[in-house]
Design a protein around this ligand. Structure first.
Ligand code: GLU
Ligand code: ZN
Length: 268
């Protein structure tokens, strides 16, 4: 078993991250497997080297170890470009407001990747320079098996690929602002590059799994097994935000907590 923890260095690691990292780490160790780390820093507008350094420091303090070298997504851009070149795509110049305006009922048009794209630029032939690159989902579906299949824990899952058109739509594969691969493309390319057999991540990403399985088929990459753990909530029952400084591991450390205290706090 090969698992990974894939944080984005855009803020402090908080209790939710610690839970996710420990869960993936312990699953690999229990199976005599390997635990890998990946730094998801393709959002160059928000990723900072200080946060990356803090991630290593906090994980080490928690007692976790991982194999070197760590895969940093900003170092792997050519792999995303190669993957992108093999997919049916189009350039999109829409901003959020354009997309909302083109949808008759935006509140009813949410999929696992947010607003379902209304198709405005699909046949516009925009140059990719300064534009987002989207997957042409209708074209993609013709290259997919009728049923997408994968395992969630030990249970077989199945999803009719036709549903992707209405329920997911033309997702962004390369961002307009940075020109770099968006999350879904990078995660699929990297899970394969790192040989991940078991993706262990939060229940908040469960709905995105069908996107990842579809991309794996289109790119002829293997589909790992997926596990989704519960989310850590604050005292008010709210899910911890990406930047929840009050729950930052560094804050607990500064207050004298031990790694055992952190495990207990997240129910491990
Ligand atoms: N980088 C993502 C995050 O921090 C995790 C991606 C994943 O586990 O697939 O939310
Ligand atoms: Zn567009």
């Amino acid at each position: 078993m090969i698992t990974r923890f894939a944080p984005s260095p855009t803020g402090p690691l908080h209790l939710g991250h610690a839970f996710s990292a420990i869960t993936a780490h312990d699953a690999a160790k229990a199976a005599d497997g390997r635990f890998l780390l990946r730094i998801e820093d393709t959002d160059t507008t928000r990723a900072r080297p200080e946060w990356e350094a803090q991630i290593y420091d906090d994980l080490t303090w928690l007692g976790l170890s991982w194999e070197e070298p760590v895969l940093r997504q900003s170092d792997n851009v050519p792999a995303y470009e190669a993957a992108l070149a093999g997919l049916p795509t189009f350039a999109c110049t829409c901003n959020r407001a354009d997309i909302r305006a083109a949808l008759s009922a935006p509140q009813e048009n949410y999929g696992p990747d947010g607003l379902i794209y209304p198709g405005t630029c699909r046949n516009a032939g925009h140059p990719t320079q300064g534009a987002a690159v989207r997957l042409d989902m209708s074209a993609a579906v013709t290259a997919l098996p009728k049923e997408l299949q994968w395992f969630k824990d030990d249970t077989a899952q199945s999803y009719s690929s036709m549903r992707l058109i209405a329920e997911v739509g033309d997702i962004v594969l390369a961002r307009r602002d940075t020109g770099i691969a968006a999350y879904h493309l990078a995660v699929v390319v990297d899970d394969a590059a790192q040989g991940i057999t078991d993706v262990v991540r939060g229940a908040d990403l469960e709905d995105a799994t069908v996107i990842h399985v579809a991309l794996q088929h289109l790119l002829a990459l293997p589909t790992p097994r997926y596990h989704h753990h519960r989310l850590i909530r604050d005292d008010a029952g709210k899910r911890l935000a990406k930047r929840d400084d009050a729950r930052a591991i560094s804050k607990y450390r500064a207050d004298g907590a031990t790694p055992e205290d952190i495990r207990a706090l997240v129910g491990l």
